[in-house]
Design a protein around this ligand. Structure first.
Ligand SMILES: *Cc1c(COP(=O)(O)O)cnc(C)c1O
Length: 337
């Protein structure tokens, strides 16, 4: 039985055409800004988002951590949803690298509002950290792939500007959102001081941070001190260029696959409820006596791999290496659980 791996959209392998494109990339030493393919990727992303510069990094953790470092000073505080990647999954890097605290807001399916931000801003006293940065995630990973539309982003942008807070977007899966809303990268770009996108999420490899010229100049230094200055990185950057040119629109298929499978899951006896499925992620909760552990085992018996997201919850992530044939298989295997 063929294995169907829904553990993450980071597991995709480069296609022969992508490998071919990577193989033919012209490379150089990016520490000297001398890798033409890295430069081309950075310019491409900056232009897409209407920003002055961009920086290719090994991971989305690094792009987020660089942004936090540059937008804050020690003794300050970052406002974000309590389930956000920067708070949950980056090893407390905000404290390690930047000496800042986090105010974890309990938002809705990973989204926070102007009201949430207003409630989280600290009064100016000697004993509170100073609120200085808001980080939004779009789509929201632990929120089940939920997303902000531009109409929801604009008031947050206006409010954070008024309060002198920087606004960073963890856009690891931003393209999964844009294929749903039809909104553009330029429109999203204008709403943030900096944006991180992951090319490793179902499209290719590596991550890119974009922002204004002085921000990116300082970001190069932080990337270097974190050990992320890469040489001949153009081979990986080429995968990113290829992915942006050829794979972004295919994300709509992953979103549709998630929706289709969610309907089958919802009918299972063992499933209590699902978070609303908006993009390529399904998070579902199990009924007692089932647990994430026991259900993962049942999935494994059917050669389906997924990840636990809570004691009682499991996450499926759809990606480009899930073929139409696998989808048919998946329907059958899930129905028979
Ligand atoms: C994957 C992801 C990142 C970055 O992850 P890396 O594994 O460091 O590339 C950041 N934010 C979100 C929401 C993610 O899903």
């Amino acid at each position: 039985m063929q294995t169907i791996n829904l553990i993450s959209d980071t597991i995709t392998k480069p296609s022969p055409a992508m490998l071919d494109y990577m193989h033919n990339a012209e490379v150089g030493d990016d520490v000297f800004c001398d890798d033409p393919t890295v430069n081309a990727l950075q310019q491409k992303v900056a232009e897409m988002f209407g920003k002055e510069g961009a920086l290719f990094c090994p991971s989305g953790t690094m792009t987020n951590q660089i942004a936090i470092k540059l937008h804050t000073s020690p003794l300050e505080e970052v406002i974000c949803d309590h389930n956000s990647h920067i708070y949950q999954y980056e090893v407390g890097g905000y404290a390690f690298h930047s000496g800042v605290a986090v105010f974890p807001v309990v938002g809705q399916y990973g989204k926070i509002s102007v009201q949430d931000i207003e409630d989280a801003i600290r009064p100016e006293t000697d004993w509170f950290p100073k609120s200085s940065l808001v980080v939004l995630e779009n789509s929201t990973n632990k929120g089940g792939g939920n997303y902000y539309t531009l109409d929801e982003l604009r008031p947050i942008r206006n409010y954070t500007k008024e309060k002198n807070l920087k606004l960073h977007l963890d856009g690891a899966r931003l393209f999964n959102v844009l294929v749903e809303t039809g909104e553009t990268t330029l429109e999203v770009g204008s709403q943030f001081d900096s944006i991180s996108i992951c090319l490793s999420k179902g499209v290719g490899t590596g991550s890119v941070l974009t922002g204004d010229r002085s921000f990116i100049a300082r970001a190069r230094k932080v990337r270097k001190v974190m050990g992320g200055g890469m040489r001949q990185a153009g081979y990986l950057a080429a995968a990113g260029i290829y992915a942006l040119d050829h794979h972004v629109n295919d994300l709509a298929r992953d979103n549709a696959n998630a929706k289709a499978i969610s309907e089958v899951l919802a009918r299972l006896e063992a499933v209590d409820f699902l978070l609303p499925v908006k993009t390529n992620i399904i998070i579902f909760f199990l009924k007692d006596p089932h647990t994430a552990e026991s259900f993962l085992y049942k999935l494994k018996e059917k050669n389906i791999i997924a990840s636990p997201f809570d004691k009682m919850a499991i996450r499926f992530v759809f990606h480009r290496d899930i073929t139409d044939g696998m989808m048919e298989e998946l329907f059958d295997r899930i129905k028979s659980l």
